[in-house]
Ligand binder design. Structure first.
Ligand SMILES: *Cc1c(COP(=O)(O)O)cnc(C)c1O
Length: 358
């Protein structure tokens, strides 16, 4: 069976080496040595000043929204994973959906200003499939209207834009280290902010708001990562260049099979060093997509309809149709892509797709 993704397993000896340290330290959670070591290594690997590693990639969104969005309206993308919208609603804010760009698939920055009202506090946009939003224009709009910017950068591990980590843009960026993501800690995530005060606020926020045993900085939750999860991250990190190489080869091979007549491929924003985290393919019609999916499934191959349906159709939001999002989400399929997917399998998958679509 070939699935859309598969976690990377580092050699078990690498993980055991860290587990031995945990037993020696007799420390399982509450900011042990391994999470501190992981944060230090991430700072130098990614080229960032601040990071707080957390227990998943959703709580960083909650904590950032709690700090910045203040229960207001949050301008957001309908083309993302459900966590982007659910966090907004969970934090008692109102999601205001703005359509996406037809080629980059990120929020269409030219449509943001029309959605701003006196209640707008924040823009929460996703760098979808690791493809950066138009961060310059979004920053201009935010400055002009005094709004905060949060990027759901769950897909962006290792992505650079104009020579610097994409995590350096916006007031806050978040990432997911879930098992199925590019870099992982089984379950995990992180928050990044260049603003020291905000960084501190979010640090307190991820540990119940504690400022010492009996004092509280403000409201908080529990988003702490354990030493066991950190050990996984430390074991995976040394293999990032192997992981990226393998994924690049797979994406290049897929690219060589699909022409621009029967398919549309993701357009990566100029001046981006991408991380090959997903391989989305847009079909001529939803019918073609469904036929293709059926043929692949019959061959024990399971791509996924990321992202479908539009988040603006969730049962707990004010539902809204958005021309580009509704169209793209009905025709886009993410093909299998993971470290040990063989090039032979990529060829088999591609040929099955071509049979249905040419
Ligand atoms: C994976 C993902 C999340 C959630 O991350 P978890 O670590 O699973 O909590 C949020 N946003 C996007 C866009 C994602 O793909």
């Amino acid at each position: 069976m070939i699935t859309v993704t598969k976690p990377f397993f580092p050699p078990i000896e690498d993980y055991q080496k860290y587990i031995v340290k945990i037993w020696e330290n007799q420390w399982l959670t509450n900011r042990g040595n391994l999470v501190v070591e992981l944060e230090d290594k991430l700072k130098s690997y990614l080229g960032i000043n601040n990071v707080i590693v957390m227990t998943n990639g959703t709580l960083p969104l909650h904590i950032a929204l709690s700090a910045l969005a203040k229960g207001g309206e949050v301008i957001t993308t309908p083309f993302s994973y459900v966590a982007t919208t659910s966090s907004i609603v969970w934090e008692k804010c109102t999601p205001i959906f703005v359509d996406i760009h037809p080629e980059y698939l990120t929020i269409d920055e030219t449509k943001i200003e029309a959605a701003i009202t006196p209640r707008t506090t924040t823009i929460l946009a996703t760098h979808v499939y690791g493809n950066p939003c138009n961060v310059e224009i979004i920053e201009e709009i935010a400055k002009k209207h005094n709004l905060k910017v949060i990027y759901d950068a769950a897909h962006c591990f290792g992505v650079t834009y104009k020579g610097t980590s994409v995590f350096n843009y916006g007031d806050v960026s978040t990432c997911s280290f879930h098992a199925t993501k590019l870099f992982h800690t089984a379950e995990g995530g992180a928050v990044f902010s260049q603003d020291e005060e905000l960084h501190n606020q979010m640090f307190f926020g991820h540990n119940f708001g504690h400022n010492g045993p009996h004092e509280y900085f403000g409201i908080g939750t529990n988003a702490k990562i354990s030493e066991l999860q950190s050990a996984m991250g430390l074991s995976v990190l040394p293999y990032m260049s192997d992981i990226l190489d393998s994924r690049r080869r797979i994406c290049e091979l897929y690219d060589s099979f699909f022409d621009n007549e029967n398919f549309t491929k993701l357009k990566i924003r100029e001046e981006t060093k991408w991380n090959y985290c997903y391989y989305p393919l847009i079909f001529k019609s939803e019918k073609k997509l469904l036929q293709t999916q059926q043929v692949l499934n019959e061959n024990n191959i399971f791509p996924r309809r990321y992202f479908y349906p539009s988040l603006a159709n969730l049962p707990y939001v004010e539902q809204k149709s958005l021309t580009i999002t509704d169209d793209i989400s009905s025709r886009i399929l993410c093909l299998p892509l993971y470290y040990d997917l063989t090039l032979e399998d990529v060829e088999v998958i591609s040929k099955l797709i071509l049979n249905v679509n040419s």
